[in-house]
Write a protein that binds this ligand. Structure first.
Ligand code: ARG
Length: 579
């Protein structure tokens, strides 16, 4: 069963589709001040027909008004400068929104199963290197996409694809044999490995021969020598455990941890079959796959002239395993924009192999920190754990100031939710394509577009509900048609109407965020909801109003609190009980 605003959207879309001969005509949401629910732009169709958009809109509005059935949820059409604005019957619409809330309960906003799978590759760090803020973005965006896709009816499979192969492991193996310290490695494995990596690069400055040692170590690893293999496996295991501990703080858990090295053999098989099929070709001893019409587009190098595979070919092999195993509708890769070329090459090869439109690179911009760009080699590293500690510490200070009575234990727990939530929200509230700059002040502000602001609004709703009588605390259960009509009568002031209508948009915000792979759509929706609630609560009485109005308004408070909490959860943010 669809939610009311979706049904309305379908109805509007069908009208426009019939008129324009286009299965998915553009339907817009009118500006906030407008009372219209949707707007149909007529420009494109007018242009192809050689008519004026203003005229066309007027004709259509008149035509649709004349045809409108009396029992339709639509009320009227109105032309406005090339658009047809669509108005719905307000009380009818509001009743339907309450009906949806009443029917769906805790599942409000979720969509029925689509019977389609989506594989999401996210986090995917490099073994023996610390998680960078770039991996932080991938993890946060990836996890929220998984949550949002699930809510919109997809089955999701998450993969953390760990890069555990390449010449840098020769460096590490050598460095560990020279300067490794068991105790430090056991205590803080990734940190120790990073220190060794940095030291290796320092020492090569005065002793370039170390590079040869590293190459020799990597060769022994490639040849499967047991000492190197054992040590490398230990690096891998310890790093993975370290990563898992960090991302757990973000509420993230991976369905699958895959290691890149395990796709070497498959990559070789794949390259051979691509050669047989004429998709790949030999070039100067290497094997390449052309990805453009001419040489201006760099090809995908599948095998080096020394016979080894590369990141691209191992990634391609692993993409095919994902396709064969799950037959997904989409393969998503949440990876920084820097890897554009890598993924556009993979997509082209997959398309040549018969899987067009399958791979989707969910790219995102860079993060800059006050301390500047990071470099593992030079030891300028920001450890994610430290960043999250800092967020919690700063949040705790603010809470101490705002709520000095809170016990230390409670305060720490609230600070965890607020601090981590602030980091997550600062990322997800912006279009992922953009670069982001960390700004502690803005991130932890209780006003403006931040996690604490949204969490605070949700907490306020909870507090109001606690002050209501026990019998009033579940205003959305077992309502019949008559109850609902009665409730809507108590909500005909502007603030309540606006808020209730906004509650009705939650399901669509989830769909849109899923379709565009853009959590910021949902974040923006929640921010608007919080501001709409704030207007409602500033201008109107809730607990002090007369019995009937109080009942109706409590319903809005309860639904707003629930949706804020559920919506934040989809972004990967927890809501505290108090703040
Ligand atoms: N490990 C790579 C990096 O840190 C990202 C891997 C992304 N996933 C993939 N399947 N290629 O840059």
């Amino acid at each position: 069963m669809k939610y009311v605003l979706e049904r309305l959207f379908d109805e509007v879309e069908a009208l426009a589709a019939k008129e324009f001969g286009d299965a998915h005509p553009e339907i817009r949401r009118p500006p906030k001040e407008s009372q219209a629910i949707y707007a149909i732009p007529c420009f494109r169709h007018a242009k192809t027909g050689g008519a004026s958009p203003v005229k066309l809109a007027e004709e259509l509005a008149a035509h649709w008004n004349a045809e409108l059935a009396t029992d339709s949820i639509l009320e009227r059409f109105q032309a406005e400068r090339g658009y047809v604005n669509v108005f719905a019957k307000t009380s009818f619409l509001l009743e339907e929104v309450i009906g949806d809330l009443n029917r769906s309960g805790a599942n409000y906003g979720r969509h029925p199963d689509k019977h389609k799978k989506v594989v999401v590759d996210y986090c995917s760090p490099n073994i023996a290197k610390p998680l960078t803020v770039g991996h932080l973005r991938s993890t946060i965006i990836g996890q929220s996409l998984i949550n949002i896709l699930r809510a919109s009816g997809f089955e999701t499979i998450g993969i953390n694809f760990l890069s555990d192969w390449g010449t840098q492991f020769g460096k590490l193996l050598y460095a560990f044999s020279q300067w490794g310290d068991e105790e430090s490695f056991i205590k803080e494995p990734v940190r120790h490995l990073v220190d060794l990596y940095v030291r290796f690069h320092k020492e090569t400055e005065s002793n370039p021969a170390l590079e040869d040692e590293a190459r020799a170590s990597f060769m022994r690893l490639e040849n499967g020598e047991s000492a190197e293999r054992e040590l490398w496996k230990r690096f891998r295991e310890a790093s993975l455990k370290d990563f898992e501990g960090t991302v757990a703080r973000l509420g993230v858990h991976f369905d699958n941890n895959w290691f890149e090295s395990e796709f070497e053999a498959k990559a070789h098989d794949l390259i051979d079959s691509l050669l047989r099929e004429g998709i790949a070709e030999r070039s100067e001893g290497a094997v390449i796959v052309r990805t453009g019409e001419d040489d201006s587009v760099p090809p995908l190098v599948a095998r080096k002239s020394d016979g080894t595979t590369l990141y691209a070919s191992r990634d391609l092999a692993s993409a095919l395993v994902r396709i064969e195993r799950w037959k997904p509708a989409k393969l998503l890769y949440v990876v920084a924009t820097e890897q554009n070329l890598h993924f556009s090459n993979l997509a082209k090869v997959l398309s040549t192999m018969g899987y067009p439109d399958c791979l989707e690179h969910i790219r995102f911009g860079m993060v800059s920190l006050p301390s500047g760009k990071m470099s593992t080699r030079e030891g300028r590293v920001v450890y994610l754990d430290e960043l999250l500690d800092e967020a919690e510490r700063r949040a705790e200070e603010i809470i101490k100031e705002k709520n000095p009575e809170m016990t230390e234990g409670d305060r720490k727990e609230v600070a965890r939710k607020v601090g981590i939530g602030a980091v997550v929200y600062a990322d997800l509230s912006q279009d992922r394509i953009k670069d982001i700059v960390f700004d502690w002040q803005k991130m932890l502000s209780f006003e403006g577009n931040s996690a604490p602001y949204l969490q605070y609004a949700a907490v306020r709703c909870k507090k109001i509900m606690q002050k209501a009588e026990p019998v009033e605390r579940e205003p959305l259960k077992n309502l019949n048609r008559g109850d609902i009509a009665h409730l809507v009568n108590g909500l005909m002031d502007e603030e309540s109407k606006e808020l209730l209508l906004h509650l009705g948009r939650f399901p669509h915000a989830i769909t849109e965020a899923a379709e565009r792979y853009s959590p910021h759509v949902l974040a923006g929706y929640l921010y608007d909801l919080a501001t709409s609630f704030s207007r409602f609560y500033t201008n109107l009485q809730v607990l002090k109003s007369d019995t009937e109005t109080r009942k109706a308004r409590l319903l809005l408070v309860k639904a707003t609190g629930d949706i804020l909490e559920q919506g934040l959860k989809l972004l990967g943010i927890e809501t505290p009980d108090e703040m």
